[in-house]
Design a protein around this ligand. Structure first.
Ligand SMILES: [Zn+2]
Length: 293
């Protein structure tokens, strides 16, 4: 596992890359650390780096959570898949920068090594029509955004699982659970987004409640304060997902719920969520067109 995480695929690291070969290297940790420190020092010297768009990508949606273990990756994977199901012609991608989080390749049954395309860009790996790329590097590192710019990304929408210091995110979705600890951390995250002027589409609540198998009663086992907290943050809860044990099976089997259990309540909710995200992105696009007209 650790060896796999250290592997990095990039033509920048070596000039000896040959298109017929797979672009896979073992990173020299020493040089990365010094490059990171270098970059950090530069940032400190001149303040925050200027954010730029990712060339060729129309919208970057940040899927964020203040706290780990709230189902951020599951949300991003299923949302991306649902959007692909609804609009198969749209190119959708996922960027996973969370080295320690649950793994997108496991959830989406992605394997293999990225290759270079004719334009000398790294072709992200693909499954269920979703392009995926992982970066086993901290996003604050200068190398990270350089690597990002070297990938052949989809034209339409890319979901980021972690923000990048110098890439503009067009909007964000905040994932939380009803525990007060999670909500508190989420609040801090929302304040940060406001400072960074990243508009938030809304809040997705996971583990909202558990339904009793015998009587169908909703049990708010993790608390029931999300509504109040969302109101305080001025956010809309765009979807709530109850606890469903079938979902963890989907995660382990590498088939997202959208495909494994298309008739489930969760799959239907992910499709509704996907439609809301499309609607939001389209309205933002229209606003932009109006401004430039
Ligand atoms: Zn009951």
């Amino acid at each position: 596992m650790h060896r796999a995480l250290r592997r990095i695929y990039d033509p920048l690291i070596s000039n000896s890359i040959n298109k017929t070969k797979q672009c896979c290297f073992t990173i020299r940790v020493k040089s990365t650390t010094s490059e990171q420190n270098d970059h950090r020092a530069k940032i400190m010297a001149r303040g925050l780096p200027e954010k730029k768009p990712l060339p060729g990508v129309k919208s970057i949606v940040l899927v964020a959570s203040g706290k780990g273990g709230v189902g951020k990756t599951t949300t991003a994977v299923n949302l991306a898949c649902a959007m692909k199901v609804i609009e198969p012609d749209k190119e959708i991608g996922l960027l996973d920068a969370d080295v320690f989080g649950p793994s997108v390749p496991l959830m989406m049954n992605i394997s293999g090594e990225p290759m270079l395309n004719d334009d000398n860009l790294i072709e992200p790996l693909l499954n269920y029509g979703i392009k995926w790329r992982a970066k086993a590097l901290p996003p604050s590192c200068g190398l990270f955004s350089r690597l990002l710019r070297q990938a052949a990304w989809p034209q339409e929408i890319v979901f980021f699982l972690r923000s990048c210091t110098d890439i503009i995110c067009n909007c964000a979705i905040v994932v939380t659970t009803p525990q007060s600890a999670a909500l508190q951390v989420t609040k801090r995250g929302v304040i940060m987004f406001e400072k960074l002027k990243v508009p938030i589409i809304g809040m997705v609540e996971n583990m909202s409640y558990a339904i009793c198998e015998k009587c169908g009663t909703k049990n708010y086992v993790f608390g029931n304060e999300t509504k109040t907290a969302a109101k305080e943050m001025g956010l809309e809860i765009i979807e709530s997902f109850e606890v469903d044990h079938n979902m963890s099976e989907c995660i382990n089997s590498g088939k997202p719920a959208i495909y494994a259990l298309p008739d489930s309540t969760h799959a239907e909710k992910y499709r509704q969520l996907a439609n809301k995200v499309f609607k939001y992105i389209d309205s933002k696009d229209n606003e932009r067109i109006k401004i430039t007209e």
